[in-house]
Write a protein that binds this ligand. Structure first.
Ligand SMILES: [Fe+2]
Length: 244
């Protein structure tokens, strides 16, 4: 078993005020977020099992399908689908195998790493549940007596790496975070998304959802395409983002 290590108390990602600027009439810009995600999920790390009976990619697709079946908001479906992308990233954001580091007992920040990478295209409604899904596990271990028993063997193993159950003070602080309920929801789908027999949609199923979320900065707002050709503005829940 790994020894518990100090858990980074990172500040929440700053609220995104600079949204992903795009031209909805430019196919390359529209495809960029999905293509980047698909590229990362095609790397070797996505075929890793990390101690579970299914691969990282299968696990993420199952989590996304469960969120969608629960009629979760689009941003929360995306968060469930993408919650473990940090396993596939090195500290500098390049593709890597950080999940191997986690299983070796010396990596505890794949939530933060994944959220930072996703913040290139998505806002806090997507990135915060991703960032907090490990904290949600520590929270549930502290507040729900039966929760620990629901965890897979690998997830119990990594709990120690991730800091163990929260203290009462940490749990109260977690409850103050605006995204804590969404993070808990993602965590529960995460825990249930480990069925080798499950049949769920592939990644392409989520292209429209992810593309729309990226265009709206992950807010889930309505997209209004600019008037007349390229350039112009995208209207996002009362915010006007230049589209240059
Ligand atoms: Fe997961």
């Amino acid at each position: 078993m790994p020894q518990p290590v100090a858990v980074a108390r990172d500040e929440p990602l700053r609220a995104t005020t600079t949204l992903y600027t795009c031209d909805p009439n430019d196919p390359d810009m529209m495809n960029e977020p999905f293509d980047a995600i698909a590229g990362l999920l095609a790397t070797a790390g996505a075929r890793d099992y990390l101690g579970e009976p299914i691969t990282v990619l299968e696990h993420l697709l199952q989590a996304g399908a469960q969120a969608e079946a629960a009629a979760a908001p689009a941003a929360v479906v995306a968060a469930a689908l993408l919650h473990d992308v940090g396993h596939l990233l090195e500290a500098d954001g390049s593709a890597g195998l950080s999940g191997a580091g986690l299983m070796a007992g010396h990596d505890n920040d794949h939530g933060q790493r994944g959220a930072a990478w996703l913040a290139s295209w998505f806002g806090p409604p997507v990135t915060e549940p991703v960032r907090l899904h490990i904290a949600a596990k520590r929270y549930l271990c502290a507040t729900e007596p039966s929760y620990y028993g629901l965890l897979s063997e690998a997830s119990r193993y990594t709990l120690a790496v991730q800091g163990g159950p929260m203290t009462a003070q940490e749990a109260r602080a977690f409850e103050e975070l605006p995204a804590h309920r969404d993070a808990i929801a993602v965590r529960r789908w995460d825990d249930q998304a480990k069925d080798p027999a499950a049949r769920v949609p592939g990644l392409e199923h989520y292209r429209p959802l992810l593309t729309a979320l990226a265009v709206t900065g992950g807010t889930g707002g309505e997209v209004q395409t600019p008037r007349g050709g390229t350039g112009g503005e995208v209207q996002i829940q009362g915010i006007t983002a230049p589209c240059d």
